[in-house]
Design a protein around this ligand. Structure first.
Ligand code: C2E
Ligand code: MG
Ligand code: MG
Ligand code: MG
Length: 279
């Protein structure tokens, strides 16, 4: 009886696992093909100087236009790309595309790209980055690499070494999504990060929670002592903007100043199309 039951459960579970595995294999094949056949696009979200609301640069955010599934958001394929190793060719495409865009914009406009932990452990990464910025003739400090604390979870010594070599090239390194996950203050003191990005969930929570405001205040103080630039992500309302500016954030990113947009629209902004506060 128990045995039959167990087998029944096992078979059912197994069938689900099988279809999940099939789905994954198919998506993986599609993604590999999609990277090669030009189905990826980069969108660019404005980064704003909090003091005068001028445009300082963009964060590049990848999108996948799947021929039958339509637009697939990064949270639905970046994890798969990380698990399968496809993040390496994907990341190289992103870097190439972002540098190509940056080369068409003025010197004071920076471009940030997101890097996965898996890319950070490639000892060849600094050479790849150096080759991209040289080929496109962009100043190293115009390129920023955004990483999250998860880079320190596995091979932390290896990741730290690669980060230091990237820093030595003169590119910027931002600690992304601060306030989620582990958020160990210890990482701030590693002399590799030039920028701290406070996660949007944290920024929005500050609207309702005084303790969150107090925590942000201490983080900003600490980061300022380390001479880091502080960016508030996910700023959606004029209140969010004023709050984060008053707390000492240097830079603002969020729907209030612009959603991720096409290269063409971003270029118009660079050319001085008016920046509208949408709230
Ligand atoms: P992230 O690097 O923290 O990027 C910020 C995310 O917040 C983006 O989501 C952006 O569209 C969204 N966002 C910006 N402003 C607001 C706002 O005011 N309100 C709200 N609710 N959301 C806002 P997106 O584009 O879906 O990207 C999600 C994540 O996917 C990124 O988070 C990043 O971790 C990852 N990602 C995106 N592009 C790449 C890439 O090229 N390579 C890698 N490795 N990861 C990427
Ligand atoms: Mg980011
Ligand atoms: Mg972020
Ligand atoms: Mg994020």
């Amino acid at each position: 009886q128990a045995k039959a039951n167990g087998r029944g459960i096992f078979c059912h579970y197994n069938a689900d696992m099988q279809s999940a595995a099939d789905h994954r294999i198919r998506l993986e094949k599609d993604l590999a093909h999609g990277i090669q056949s030009g189905q990826l696009r980069l969108l660019y979200q404005p980064l704003i100087d909090a003091s005068n609301q001028s445009l300082t640069g963009f964060e590049a955010l990848v999108r996948w236009h799947h021929p039958t599934r339509g637009l697939v958001p990064p949270n639905d394929f970046i994890p798969l790309a990380e698990e399968t190793g496809l993040i390496v060719p994907l990341g190289e495409w992103v870097m190439e595309e972002a540098c190509r865009a940056a080369a068409t914009w003025p010197e004071h406009i920076s471009v940030a790209i997101n890097m996965s932990a898996r890319q950070l452990v490639l000892p060849s990464l600094p050479a790849t980055v150096n080759s991209a910025i040289s080929r496109h003739r962009i100043q190293p400090d115009r390129l920023e690499l955004e990483v999250t604390e998860s880079v320190f979870l596995e091979d932390s010594a290896g990741a730290l070494d690669v980060l230091k070599r990237l820093r030595a090239l003169g590119v910027g390194i931002a600690l992304d999504d601060f306030g989620t996950g582990y958020s160990s203050l210890g990482y701030l003191n590693k002399a590799v990060f030039h920028k701290l990005k406070i996660d949007g969930s944290f920024v929005r929570e500050a609207a309702e929670n005084k303790e969150t405001v107090a925590i942000i205040q201490s983080i900003v103080q600490l980061a300022r002592n380390f001479r880091m630039t502080i960016t508030a992500e996910g700023v959606e309302t004029a209140d969010d903007f004023m709050r984060m500016k008053d707390l000492g954030c240097h830079q603002i990113q969020g729907y209030l100043f612009g959603k991720p947009m096409s290269y063409d629209r971003a270029s118009e902004l660079v050319q001085g199309a008016p920046m509208r506060m949408s709230a």
